[in-house]
Design a protein around this ligand. Sequence first.
Ligand SMILES: Nc1ncnc2c1ncn2[C@@H]1O[C@H](COP(=O)(O)OP(=O)(O)OP(=O)(O)O)[C@@H](O)[C@H]1O
Ligand SMILES: [Mg+2]
Length: 237
Amino acid sequence: MKEQIVICENLSKNFVVGNSEVRAVDNVSINFERGEFSSIVGPSGSGKTTLLNLVGTLEIPSEGRIIINGTDLSHFTKEQLTNFRRKNLGFVFQFFNLIEGLTAYENIELPLIFDSVPYEQRKHAVEGLIQDFKLGYLRNKFPEELSSGERQRVSIMRALVNDPIILLADEPTGNLDSKTGRTVLELFDNLNKERGTSILLVTHDLSAAKRANRTLHMHDGKITFDMKIEEMIKEGI
Ligand SMILES: Nc1ncnc2c1ncn2[C@@H]1O[C@H](COP(=O)(O)OP(=O)(O)OP(=O)(O)O)[C@@H](O)[C@H]1O
Ligand SMILES: [Mg+2]
């Protein structure tokens, strides 16, 4: 049996807005396997980001629990969650979230500095990624000197620098033109196929979703469809 790296059990998240309550994620139970590339699609407001943020420990569940790589996060304090996240998870966002005053190299290195990783080890990790992805020419450039595609590549390197259990990406091509978006998606593809990186990708873009080997649809906080690519091909979807 494949190794389950993320286990979500009866997960719900409610947000209180004024006098009303929104159930953004509604009793979701789902697991992700090591090496799996899954996409989440669904209409705006269906709970995709909230589910991703729950898995990413950026949101605390209202009900249910999450187990990542055998660690039950239910009773973790905020500080313990932050430490866990820094060591074990990688995030890619729509708007890159790079620090303007830092070079590409320094941006990639930053998560390791936050995690108090010693200098030699940091250097080894950042240099390794820069070599692997042939981004040496970007090393000393600041974000404002980079194209949007280059920024997203740098932010993907930053997400990978701690060798995360899973890479969590929320609309990573949402701010890119379609050609640049495709090259970024190819990078995700390669990461998954060649390095075995486990990926959870939230996207509006169906062609992006199809690159994944499993697709989930969300609606009103629930998962309404969950299929592996082989099954979809068999069913002609
Ligand atoms: N911090 C918050 N406070 C209050 N309500 C929230 C918060 N975050 C999300 N919601 C609500 O929860 C529901 C799900 O939102 P979520 O952002 O997860 O949807 P989404 O599927 O990612 O949408 P989009 O495709 O627009 O990004 C929405 O009704 C949203 O308004
Ligand atoms: Mg969203």
